[in-house]
Design a protein around this ligand. Structure first.
Ligand SMILES: Nc1ccn([C@@H]2O[C@H](COP(=O)(O)OP(=O)(O)OC[C@H](O)CO)[C@@H](O)[C@H]2O)c(=O)n1
Length: 330
């Protein structure tokens, strides 16, 4: 790792999924979920960032900050307050929150837009363009000249957080039912030889509307013109080699196509797949990093990262289940 001073640094963490509950498991009962301890791991990550010689300028929280079980226990608001208090008690005072499926199990899209999880309302720095779509949660910001970060809304096309009577819900239902014939739409369809990634059409995933894709296209065109380095964050991964296919965004191909048409993008980061993953896409020169989730991380371990940004690369220092790696800009 480099000894030179970075231009800036940032922290990253995914799938905290806190709930004040005993340990449980994932749906397949193959992994333990440490609902209560996830708060301790978040605290230790925050203490690490606060005590670092070079403090991160901001933290990217990649979604699923609290678990859906909170909604069943009427604890959505208190659980959210608990985790946000944790973020607030550190010296890292800028957090960019991404929305995941568990945010939408606890709150409607409307509630989220006016909550502290809408970073555009709470971050003090001047943000770039927000997606003009009425209730799409996507925006850009520039921590340093030459660098742009884009927060995407991977559920602006989904069945979550919406009134069933809404046109947005009904059009997402029509789409998912074209590929998933299960009664329970959370149950992923079986892949076929011609459609090997079909599992992604599950209710716990979602996608990017055409409006959001058009907005992203225009933000990336400006970044290309200015020869910037762009990092994109989303709860759902979009490259099949960076995740289990059951965790991919429904229209991941549309996003991948966009990344391949714009030279400015260097990194795409996501959460959702609690095992994490990584690949480099030579067609676009983009690193696809899926961060392992805190919720399935044993109490003695960790799952967060600190990234130092240099003119020609990013250096990720991983903790616990997250490996350190150098992400060169091509
Ligand atoms: N086969 C399945 C899988 C899930 N469900 C139900 O869907 C809801 C969300 O599932 P959950 O595992 O909690 O979602 P995460 O975002 O934590 O994890 C995504 C990836 O699986 C991680 O690798 C929940 O209500 C499940 O019960 C289902 O019905 N059938």
């Amino acid at each position: 790792m480099s000894a030179g001073a970075p231009l800036f640094t940032f922290g990253v963490i995914a799938d905290v999924q806190y709930a004040d509950l005993e340990d449980g498991s994932n749906f397949a009962r193959t992994r333990t979920r440490y609902y209560r301890n996830s708060l301790q791991l978040l605290r230790k990550a925050r203490e690490h960032w606060s005590g670092s010689a070079v403090r991160p300028e901001f933290v990217l929280q990649l979604g699923d900050l609290i678990d859906g079980f909170n909604a069943l226990h009427g604890a959505s608001r208190s659980a959210l307050d608990t985790v946000l208090r944790e973020f607030r008690s550190g010296v890292v005072d800028e957090v960019h929150h991404v929305w995941g499926n568990h945010e939408l199990y606890n709150f409607s899209r409307e509630e989220l837009l006016t909550s502290e999880l809408n970073s555009t309302l709470h971050v003090k720095r001047r943000l770039g363009e927000c997606c003009p779509g009425a209730d799409i949660y996507a925006y850009s910001f520039s921590p340093q000249p030459g660098f742009t970060f884009i927060v995407l809304d991977a559920y602006d096309m989904s069945l979550l957080g919406l009134e069933e009577s809404s046109e947005q819900y009904q059009s997402a239902l029509r789409l998912i039912q074209m590929y998933n014939s299960h009664q329970d739409l959370n149950s992923p369809p079986t892949p076929t030889e011609s459609e090997p990634l079909l599992q992604r059409y599950a209710k716990f995933n979602g996608g990017f509307s055409q409006e959001q894709l058009d907005w992203l296209d225009s933000v990336l065109s400006s970044a290309d013109d200015r020869q910037e380095k762009v990092t994109i964050v989303s709860h759902l991964p979009v490259h099949p080699d960076s995740t289990d296919p059951a965790c991919l965004a429904w229209n991941h191909g549309a996003l991948l196509g966009l990344l391949r048409r714009h030279c400015s993008v260097v990194l795409f980061m996501a959460g959702h797949d609690h095992d994490g993953g990584y690949c480099y896409d030579p067609e676009s020169g983009v690193h696809h990093l899926t961060l392992a989730g805190v919720i399935e991380t044993p109490p003695h371990s960790q799952a967060f990262g600190s990234v130092c940004v240099y003119p020609d690369r990013m250096e990720l220092t991983g903790h616990g289940r997250i490996s350190s790696q150098v992400l060169n800009f091509s």
